[in-house]
Write a protein that binds this ligand. Structure first.
Ligand SMILES: NC(=O)c1ccc[n+]([C@@H]2O[C@H](COP(=O)([O-])OP(=O)(O)OC[C@H]3O[C@@H](n4cnc5c(N)ncnc54)[C@H](OP(=O)(O)O)[C@@H]3O)[C@@H](O)[C@H]2O)c1
Length: 411
């Protein structure tokens, strides 16, 4: 059976979770039911799925529901064979996602997710890339805030440099200028799980510590070093900067895109990410306190009793996250400074919802629709958003998902 013969274009896996429900809400609002997009909601608990569907309003009555379990391969196989694309929000992915990727790779089903877990993505590439190449399944991780703004923002910046100055950027700095949003319980659980794996598993630690850890075997070297760990002044954006927690996954995804596409950005291309904190003593103080807060969180989360306290008192639990009002008031505003010789350009990537949930659910939803509908000429294998969907996904995000990619300055 080919993907076009399948009953559904897209199945949203994890529709009962915080982010999965938002993806379903977005697809319903954008595509309705049973019209141009044939889609279904799936999870492990039928009653909970019915509750979520009921909460989406009368327009949702026709959405088919499917049950399966992350750790029951037979149930996963019969689910994935019914659809062209699986879009997954069931995390922590390292705990609940591996059997699903295996089922998609084996059955030639396209797959996208919102993991930010570098060590798990590496494992999935190593375990399933060959099978996916044979069956034609396109496996695309990291289709949320990590790492679409980085990966597509870099592609867009290169395109601008190419058309203005005749070649790709030699380096790009990704700078979070402003951002408003919070974590959900699922994200916290994934971050804590990754810390545990880094402590217990030498290979995971090695992958996480390698700036080129997601590149194909034999191509894991280049000019970039570790991610920024301290406050630093950046004259290119005229601001102090602090480490960006998502750099650990985003930078690896951007470098993998370059490698998978045959190095269109060049083999000496340099890429890094940080958060802008402003000028003067205030900007410096914010950079220092953000660095200290991130370091403090990572230390506390690694020590048993401190983690328990943190979890109990401050962190959201699985299923919890920012309310509708907070998601609508949220946004992100990112600039990318690209350089080529004496030429330099600044591009801007923005979204009108909070990064982690409002914007992420739209990015994931559009990635799934792009895989299902856009006649991509990408073969089966393990891809990144830019290398698999590139300009087609940028267009979708701009047209439907409240995101923009613009040239801001040509210096
Ligand atoms: N990349 C990004 O920007 C980004 C943004 C947001 C979230 N995330 C990631 O997305 C993931 C989900 O986050 P969330 O906040 O939505 O989490 P959540 O609310 O805890 O939802 C988790 C989902 O997984 C399901 N699940 C758990 N174990 C399962 C099993 N054995 N079989 C089937 N389903 C199972 C849960 O089902 P039940 O409802 O039945 O418990 C629920 O639907 C996390 O890994 C998070 O890090 C990434």
């Amino acid at each position: 059976m080919t993907a076009v013969d399948r009953e559904f274009d897209v199945i949203v896996w994890g529709a009962t979770g915080f982010t999965g429900r938002l993806v379903a809400e977005y697809l319903l609002e954008q595509y309705g039911t049973g019209r141009e997009l044939r889609w279904a909601m799936a999870g492990r608990n039928r009653e909970k799925l019915e509750g979520v569907r009921g909460g989406l309003g009368p327009g949702a009555v026709g959405i088919p529901l499917i049950t399966a379990d992350s750790h029951n391969p037979e149930s996963l196989r019969s689910m994935v064979e019914r659809t062209s694309v699986i879009c997954s929000t069931v995390g922590p992915f390292a705990r609940h996602g591996s059997e699903l990727v295996a089922a998609c790779a084996a059955s030639g089903t396209d797959y996208c997710d919102i993991t930010g877990e570098v060590q798990w993505v590496r494992k999935m590439i190593d375990a399933h890339e060959d099978t996916a190449r044979k069956t034609g399944a396109r496996i695309v991780h990291c289709c949320g805030f990590d790492s679409i703004p980085s990966d597509l923002g870099t592609l867009f910046t290169h395109r601008q440099m190419q058309s203005l100055h005749g070649g790709p950027c030699e380096s790009i700095k990704f700078r979070v200028r402003r951002m408003k949003g919070t974590f959900s319980g699922g994200t916290v659980a994934s971050l804590l799980n990754a810390l545990d794996e880094a402590r217990e598993d030498r290979d995971a630690r090695r992958t996480m510590g390698n700036p080129y850890g997601l590149n194909p075997e034999g191509e894991q070297q280049g000019p970039d070093g570790p991610d920024q760990r301290k406050p630093a002044w950046d004259p290119d954006v005229n601001s102090w900067t602090a480490p960006f927690v998502m750099a650990a996954i985003n930078t690896r995804v951007v470098r993998r895109s370059n490698a998978l596409c045959g190095y269109p950005y060049g083999k000496t291309f340099r890429y890094e990410e940080a958060v802008m904190t402003g000028r003067g003593p205030g900007g410096w103080a914010r950079a220092v306190s953000m660095t200290a807060a991130l370091g403090g969180f990572l230390v506390a989360a690694s020590i048993g009793p401190a983690r328990t306290l943190l979890n109990k008192l401050f962190l959201p639990q699985p299923g919890e996250g920012p309310d509708a009002d907070a998601r609508e008031r949220g946004f992100f505003d990112i600039v990318l400074v690209g350089k080529r010789g004496a030429d330099s350009i600044v591009t801007r990537v923005r979204a009108d919802r909070d990064p982690g949930y409002g914007a992420t659910s739209r990015m994931l939803g559009e990635s799934a629709v792009c895989l299902a509908k856009d006649n991509l000429d990408t073969a089966g294998g393990s891809w990144t958003p830019a290398s698999c969907m590139g300009d087609k996904l940028i267009r979708r995000l701009e047209t439907s998902a409240g995101m923009s990619f613009e040239l801001q300055e040509n210096r």
